[in-house]
Design a binder for this molecule. Structure first.
Ligand SMILES: [Zn+2]
Length: 345
């Protein structure tokens, strides 16, 4: 038996995808088509086919391009199409379960109001799941450049739609703005309403931001969290509470969080006992999907078949998927791990 893992094997490995943003999951061809229809003029960087590696894209530029891309989504039909295409791409990547981040406040005006926007998102997610077989659940991510009351409104909205596909509450955008404590109340509303806390932290700021987010939000997972490695005490905190880090290598490289793929500190996190899952964050802007993240840790960090299987298993274990989905995935991942490369999986 050889330990070699081919790209096709990475597709065959069952995976859960736990950190993907709605606009960032859009196909490039769909972006171009919808921009032409809506007469939105895109900057050259978005019109050109996205390169493999947008090294040092930088945060302000990233955020500007993201907002421009989001501007092409105008109607309920656009959202339904986007959700279906995202689920189709997940299925093609061997992903069985998707937890997708949405920020409904960004769509409320276009779709009518916040509640109408949520109805569109939930119906679209359910239809995408039916069409592809990929479990699609939603995380409402508040925008940390907006005031806390807006996050609290979205937390109440998230709870209201808990029976309709919303499983978590998050916090995204520029970590350097909006200290965690300001949003503690919003997360308390979400948790008391039965939702899991999944904020971004430890990306643009260091380990202290991770520790403060753990204290303020009581999260089950941290979006990124890679800079927790700057403080052994914070690593120990994550390990002790079994809080998983959603590590997105291509994103970290593109935004300059690390100097290169080989510096993404997955081994350090794992060696400290911190659960790690791999995710793509925004494939539209970083030019790299879920399978490519697994390929990157295989090629640049020397992760073996057993290592990759462990990461895939963690992605289900730290998801909100029902026990039946997790058990089936664990059995399939074990078979994949024990199978010689090149054979049927
Ligand atoms: Zn993110």
């Amino acid at each position: 038996m050889t330990d070699e893992v081919a790209d096709a094997d990475l597709v065959a490995l069952p995976k859960a995808h736990l950190h993907l943003h709605l606009t960032g999951g859009m196909r490039h061809a769909t972006l171009i088509e919808l921009a032409q229809r809506s007469a939105v003029r895109l900057p050259e960087r978005l019109v050109d086919e996205v390169p493999d590696d947008w090294r040092l894209l930088g945060w302000p530029r990233f955020q500007r391009l993201y907002d421009l891309a989001r501007g092409v989504l105008r109607t309920a039909a656009d959202i339904e199409r986007l959700l279906r295409e995202i689920a189709e791409d997940e299925a093609a990547a061997g992903s069985k379960w998707l937890e997708l981040q949405i920020t409904p406040s960004g769509y409320a005006a276009r779709l009518g109001d916040l509640v109408t926007a949520m109805e569109v998102f939930c119906a679209g997610a359910a239809a995408a799941e039916t069409a592809t077989g990929v479990g699609v659940r939603l995380i409402i991510a508040a925008n940390r450049t907006r005031p806390p009351w807006e996050a609290e409104t979205q937390a109440r909205l998230a709870v209201r739609f808990r029976e309709h596909g919303v499983i978590g509450f998050g916090l995204s955008n520029d970590e350097r703005q909006g200290p965690p404590e300001q949003y503690a109340k919003a997360f308390r509303i979400a948790r008391e309403g039965g939702l899991a806390a999944m904020p971004h932290a430890g990306e643009l700021l260091g380990a202290e931001s991770v520790a403060r987010s753990v204290a303020a939000f009581q999260p089950v997972r941290i979006g990124h969290g890679v800079r927790a490695v700057e403080d052994p005490a914070v690593l120990a905190l994550l390990a002790q509470r079994r809080i998983a880090c959603e590590v997105c290598p291509a994103s970290n490289v593109a935004l300059g969080v690390v100097g290169g793929h080989e510096e993404v500190p997955i081994r350090t996190l794992e060696e400290a006992g911190v659960p790690v899952v791999l995710a793509a964050d925004d494939p539209l802007l970083f030019g790299s999907g879920l399978v490519e993240q697994y390929a990157a840790v295989r090629d640049l960090l020397g992760y073996s078949r057993a290592d990759l299987a462990r990461i895939a298993a963690a992605s289900f274990r730290h998801s909100t998927a029902p026990p039946g989905v997790i058990e089936a995935a664990m059995a399939d991942i074990e078979r994949w791990r024990d199978h010689a490369a090149g054979g049927p999986t």
